[in-house]
Design a protein around this ligand. Sequence first.
Ligand SMILES: Cc1cc2nc3c(=O)[nH]c(=O)nc-3n(C[C@H](O)[C@H](O)[C@H](O)COP(=O)(O)O)c2cc1C
Length: 360
Amino acid sequence: MNAPLTEQFQTLQEIVAAARSNLAPGPWSYLIGGAETETTVRRNRMALDSLAFRPRVLRDVSRIDSSSLFLRQKVRLPVLLAPIGGLESIVEGGAASAARAAAQFGVPQMLSSVCQPGLEQTAAAADTVRVFQLYVRGDDAWTDDWVRRAKDNGYRAFCFTVDVAAYSRRERDIVGRFVKPWRARAIEGAVFQAGLSWDQVKRYKDKHDLPLIIKGIATVEDAEIAVQHGVEVIYVSNHGGRQLDHGLGSTAVLPEILKAVKDKAEVWVDGGYMRGSDVVKAIALGAKAVGLGRLTGLGLGAAGVPGLVRTLELLEDEIRICLGLLGVTSYAELTPAHLVAAPPANAPDTFSAFPLLTRL
Ligand SMILES: Cc1cc2nc3c(=O)[nH]c(=O)nc-3n(C[C@H](O)[C@H](O)[C@H](O)COP(=O)(O)O)c2cc1C
């Protein structure tokens, strides 16, 4: 019999190593890879690795609250499972497995419209806090129908991902000749996504009352326009470095966006977040939630639903230790003064958060 997961996975490094050995080369490259030179992927890590902590001591941290609010719902950590298309190539059950893990542990899930088993079945799989992300592949009436279905199935917010006006060249997939089983379906109608403009955002806000998330904001200018349109959540992201190559790390652009947005919208962020300390850094800067992309896939790849639950448990341990060592008992006490710029100690890349990997 296999050892219990708490025994088998005592660190996130072991989770990553297990996913590496379980996943076939195609799905592994798809999960890990980025666009072209993967410079944006490395800059995501660089931005996190370039922040050091300024710990405060002697502050009674015997009780720590690491829970948070997500769209006014209490959740166990200030994180969400970021939308991942084609998750069914990484884990049996695809998005339904992610939903089960999210519900079991107590964090929200954002479902991608290009992930099986789809909107209704994923909602039916588990009672979790859920939001829905759409790739636009049809006209306004087509989009309205997705909004209605999302609402009918208990999704609490609707998201347009806007950093996908063109599909990038993911060279690991191309070189490996990995043919994504869902690609033909995903590409059909892509011209509608390319044709999106702020007009559709305005139209959505005029017509629908489900809160709107815009995912893929990477500049202060666009964050300001989103605020003017009454968007509820500005999700700072470069798609994990999978779309535009040679962008800045998302954590590097986060402070100026937070400064401009103030409390006129919630700001979420993702890109390179692999560790509890990474999550704490984003919250200290002022983000309300952190999206986990590849880490979600790695947890599921390591051991399915229980593997992702274990990943989240380890992340929670790390977050609680980090908060205690910073001298705070809740996120409300964290401020940018807990951070300072510092040169990265390692060459940043997707795995610089896991230095033992080569030795495992
Ligand atoms: C395999 C994979 C598939 C993804 N599919 C989608 C998607 O369908 N929709 C979307 O908005 N973002 C998608 N993303 C981007 C993630 O939602 C998230 O922005 C990104 O992964 C965050 O970076 P991280 O992987 O370094 O955590 C995908 C990411 C990965 C790794």
